[in-house]
Design a protein around this ligand. Structure first.
Ligand code: NOJ
Length: 521
């Protein structure tokens, strides 16, 4: 008899990303917090997700809204206390929800005590915990590397006469993972949270963590055009994706596996490079290198079919896929493809093979918010204004009720009045709403092993229609998605419609913007 080993919990799980500043505010200061999340877990249970990933909640000056960590083992008072965190974790676990935190290993805050020590003198024991270089021979930054937020990737420190590397803001100095003491301290920080019971981490900019040992100039980008953002002037050949990062990811994995925890790596790289972050059978790395294909793809059937096929074909043996439609850095799906196609996208996300991650607010079909110019908060927008790179439009507070319901005070970013009719309470009672569609999809996925973990095959595009089959050896399901705004016909085997993005289902002809899930023979 062949015994199939049990699947890890995160194979069949759906992850929901919480942007904590904007989820729910319990104390009226206008900023979401841990108690607010705990109070609203019922929304996530009713939605049907399995795990939460909470963007950074650690002490931070908030230069980059928590992605500038001043203490890896604390909780920022704006979000609450360690006791609040323990209570949230216990409540979530009691409801069957796992909790992932956001680990930010590439850089700390410039207010972290490690950096304060490091910059205090050239011979401080923590000097080498960060990346310090002399100015270039004629003066100026050591090389031509550009910050992801524009401008040089180096900041001069007049007191000690050297530059420090920082791939993002001057307030986010890059940590030196080549230093064994720093490495051990960071793994200790991960262990601290595992010991408290967290179920995993999303790892921020994993591919940035190690820089070329000799710091050569990056080559110019031949495809650069004005308006892309200054970082694209050069290819990040030497400042990212260095071979030494893999041993670090393997160390993190070894630690995570001791706690049955999952590691999701944030990596924006072409698929063949992305796949290397799964590691090997002998030295596995992150369980799920984030797959941003659906964020980057043109929204048409042919391109999506190619992206799905190529991604599946590129997976290493044993590598488990994952899919994402949006996050706190990228324009929302409802704005990218329109309200009707956002419903098709929901069916796509939740019927592809692999672990889906759903961004807060996408279950309501929120479009990007309009943020008045005098309310802009995002440093990305403030540094390179007007290019459409700002992230505030996807970070505004979640509308819980027709009045907002996010805070009793003044929210840190305004709620767009256009979001109010899309509030959770209104959609929960509406059988035709986006929220109801997401709930039905997640319930169906949970009840249907072939959709959760079955194989995928017969991925193809015909005109505007994308179709594929999910199959667990017992049951077969065909997914048919009309990516166009016209009726479309496509031949497929007879079956029973289990779900349609439209209210009543007829399988004969797809209506404009309709997606179907059928059980087929
Ligand atoms: C990626 C995060 O998602 C983004 O929000 C942040 O600004 C950068 N990393 C820097 O940590």
């Amino acid at each position: 008899m062949i015994v199939t080993p049990p699947q890890p919990w995160w194979h069949a799980a759906t992850i929901y990303q919480i942007y904590p500043r904007s989820f729910a505010d319990s104390d009226g200061d206008g900023i979401g917090d841990l108690r607010g999340i705990a109070d609203r877990l019922d929304h996530l249970v009713a939605l049907g997700v399995d795990a939460l990933w909470i963007s950074p909640i650690f002490p931070s000056p908030m230069a980059d809204f928590g992605y500038d960590v001043a203490d890896y083992t604390g909780i920022d008072p704006r979000f609450g206390t360690l006791a609040d965190f323990d209570a949230l974790l216990a409540k979530a676990h009691g409801l069957g929800l796992r909790v992932l935190l956001d680990f930010v290993p590439n850089h700390s805050s410039d207010q972290h005590r490690w950096f304060v020590e490091s910059r205090s003198s050239r011979d401080n024991p923590k000097r080498d915990w960060y990346i310090w270089r002399d100015p270039a021979p004629g003066g100026g930054p050591p090389n031509n590397w550009i910050s992801d937020f524009g401008g040089p990737a180096w900041t001069f420190d007049p007191a000690t006469g050297q530059y420090y590397s920082r791939a993002f803001l001057p307030q986010q100095p890059d940590l030196n993972w080549r230093n064994p003491d720093l490495r051990a301290a960071m793994l200790d920080a991960m262990r601290f949270w595992f010991e408290r019971g967290v179920d995993g981490f999303r790892i921020d900019v994993l591919w940035h963590m190690v820089k070329h040992v000799d710091f050569p100039d990056n080559p110019p980008n031949p495809d650069f055009r004005e308006g892309m953002g200054e970082m694209h002037r050069v290819l990040q050949l030497h400042s990212t994706d260095q071979p030494e990062v893999h041993a670090i990811a393997a160390d993190m994995r070894e630690l995570a596996d001791r706690y049955d925890a999952v590691l999701v790596g944030e990596i924006y790289l072409p698929v063949p490079r992305l796949m290397t972050y799964y590691g090997s059978v002998d030295a596995p790395e992150v369980h799920l290198p984030f797959n941003f294909q659906l964020i980057e793809a043109g929204w048409n059937a042919a391109e999506l079919a190619d992206r799905i096929t190529d991604y599946e074909a590129a997976l290493p043996t044993g590598g488990w896929p994952n899919w994402v439609l949006g996050n706190h850095d990228r324009p929302r799906i409802a704005t990218r493809v329109g309200a009707a196609q956002a419903r098709v996208a929901a069916v796509l996300l939740l019927t592809l093979r692999g672990t889906p991650t759903l961004y807060q607010g996408d279950e309501l079909g929120l479009p990007d918010a309009q943020v008045p110019a005098d309310k802009v908060q995002d440093p990305r927008e403030l540094r390179e204004p007007g290019l459409g790179l700002g992230r505030d439009p996807v970070r505004t507070p979640l509308p819980w009720t027709g009045e907002g319901g996010f805070t009793s005070g003044a929210p840190w970013l305004p709620i767009d009045p256009a979001h109010l009719p899309l509030n959770v309470a209104a959609q929960a009672d509406d059988p035709h709403s986006m929220l109801t569609l997401y709930r039905r999809l997640l319930a169906l996925r949970r009840a249907t092993p072939a959709l959760a973990t079955g194989a995928i095959h017969d991925v193809r595009a015909e005109g505007d229609v994308l179709t594929y089959v999910r199959n667990d050896g017992t049951d077969r399901y065909r997914i048919v998605l009309n990516l166009g705004h016209q009726p479309a016909a496509i031949a497929f085997e007879p079956g029973t419609v289990l779900l349609s993005t439209h209210d009543t289902a007829t399988a004969a002809t797809l209506r404009p913007d309709e997606a179907l899930i059928l059980k087929v023979d």
